[in-house]
Structures are given as C-alpha cells and as structure tokens.
Design a protein. Sequence first.
Length: 417
Amino acid sequence: MKNWAGNLEYSSADVRRPGSVAELAEVVAGATRVKALGSRHSFNRVGDTDGTHILLDALPRTIELDPQRRSVKVSGGVSYGELCRSLEQSGVAIHNLASLPHISVAGAVQTGTHGSGVDNPSLAGAVESIDLVRASGEAVTLSRGDGDEFLSSVVALGALGIVTGLELSVRPSFQMRQRVLENLPWDRALADFGTLVSSAYSVSLFTDYAGDSISQVWLKALDSEPALADTFGATTATHSRHPLPDMSAENCTPQFDEPGPWLDRLPHFRHEFTPSNGEELQSEFILPLQHAPAALQAVRSLADKLAPLLFVSEIRTGAADEFWLSPFYRQQSVALHFTWKPLQAQVEALLPELEELLQPFGARPHWGKLFTPSGHDWEGLYPRFAEFRTLVARHDPEGKFGNGLLDSILGVRTAAP
C-alpha cells in the first residue's frame, strides 16, 4: 500500500479489515506491532508499521445525531465529506473543515489537522468524547470529564490507541460567502496581518514568498458578516481561482460572494471532488500568531530556495486549545503550510534550514506532514510532552503502536524483535 501522495510505501505485510470493534480489539491484543490507517493522507510515516496494518473501512459506518447533546457520534473511518453531507441534511454543522473533504475524521483529529480562522480551533476542537482500543485490546471511551486522559488522547498520533469513534459538537447549519483577492502587497500584509486574518470567519493566503505581493487571499465569511470594506491594497478576482497558479478552478468551492451552505464554502475543494492521489508533498509549521510578521519576513529571505520547490504555500490561522500534543496547544497560532513539488530529496534537504529559521518563533510541525524529527526540542515546544511520554509507556509498555518516526520523537521503549 502507498499513501495518498504516493511518496511512501507502507512497511507492513499483514493488512486486516476488522468488521467490528470486538474483532479489532482481538487483532490488537494479539499483535506485536500494529497501526491503523485512515485516508492515508499523511506525508510521513506517522501511520506506518512493520507489523499489522488495520484499515477501518469495514467497521460499521456510524453517524448518529443527538439533538439534546448537540453532538454527533461518528465512527473513525468516516470521511468529513460523508459526515458533512449527513449533518447538513439534519440542519446542523461542525465549526470548521480542512481544505480537502476526503480525509478521515479519526486520522485528521489524531494528527491535529485544521482549517483556518483566528477564533476557530482545529478539527480536534469539536471532540467531546473519543473511543479507543488500547494496546491490551481493551475498548475505552474518554470524555472531557476525564480530564488529562482525554486531553492527552485526542491528538495523540495513534500512540495511545486506535480510534474507533468520536463524538463531535455540532451547531445549527449556517450560510457563508467566499471571495478571492489577488496581488496583496507584502508590505501591507505584514503591517496589517492581525486585521487581515481577522477580516472573515476563515482566511487563507497563498504565496511562493517571491516578489512583492501575495498572489491570492481567500476570504470565507459568514453570510451575516458585513462585506469587506478594505481589500488591503489587493484587487478582487474577476474569475474563479484555484490555489495553484494556472490550475482550473472547476473543482474549487464557489467564489464571488455567492451565499451557500458551510460545507460548500469552508473547504477549498468541492465535496464531490475526491482526488484519488496527489502528486505533491506537504510540510506545515504552526507558531504563535504574534510572531507571524517576523516569521513570514524570515521565510521570505529563503524565497530563492523555496520557490523552485513549491507549488504554493498557504498561510492560515487557528485558535488555542488544550490538547497536549496539538500544535495549537495554548496558543492562538499562524500556520505556514508548504505544498511542495514531488521532489522529496530536495525538499528534505531544505527542511532543516527552514526549520532552523523558524525555531526562534517556537514553530511546531504538523504531525502528519514532512519535518525533521531530530530538528526540534519537543519538550520545549510541548509543556506536557514528558507527561505524554509517560502515558504512552503506561498504556503501551511493549511499544505496539510505535514505529520508527514515533519512537524517534517519543523515545519510548519498543517491542522486542
């Protein structure tokens, strides 16, 4: 099996598709090394194993709305596209979405995946409870009332168990509008960054860091929000745009301030468009919002090296949360996302220089994308990192859920060969 991008082939020779949680628990209990795979959208080996890989697509599909609790119970293998269509039919919504709708709910939450908006938490922010199968095969449910056990388990890289279900908070369905600005002057973007990224419910900037302007700004506003009065020196796009230059906008969500349901505006791409693979690589670094202008200026100094390797870079924001390993842990953040051309050797050669440049700003890598594991002070970046390591050792003493990437990050004891 390969991942969505096709840049890595998974190591396992044993692949299981359990048809029930009980069957899954039996497989986990009897395994030496085991990991679950969702939509395989990660660009690194966070979901890899040299033991047994478990695919969750044969588990019973569950999307159960509870109007009294204002929540929805969803099985881990369900995609956001499937979930959102079901929620909209019931007149409810979740608070935010990533750019692609085909990613699985469990995988996105476990890796800290997010959308954009200064007041919008990552996708994990909607989680009210989580169902896990531990290394022992025990099935457990943790909710917000479980305190640290819950807060450590929602964004956990699969290190504390296989996620079989989640309860997500919902809100009434809402209408949104989307517009695109072009050629935003860098000087104006840096001077007014906080105002710019707060000017709509969700804001994304697209650039290659070269030149004097940012090529596109995508503004996703609530239909109740007033129209943007100031375009910050940019011009309004006169035709539909794709985030990548010269790409057709056919599969992008509607623009030109045309009102529509939340699920058709929050992602960049239409729900009916589910790419089978992406010939690209991705990295992302999340850092405190107040450092955004200085960090962006620093990244611009690498433009000559970045631009030849980039399709595009997306700049987003996110609200703080309390999940121990979330890149947004206790900090309102800016996220610098890099969509690379499929040139892995060149990208990995440049990453240490980019990471060193961002290190003074406290940048935390996205767990599911390309980064250099040895290039970060994990305990310095995550105040509860040592406690998380202790929990992993307690719940998975044999290192069943470990792999090369996780073991290099966590330093936990691995299973005997």
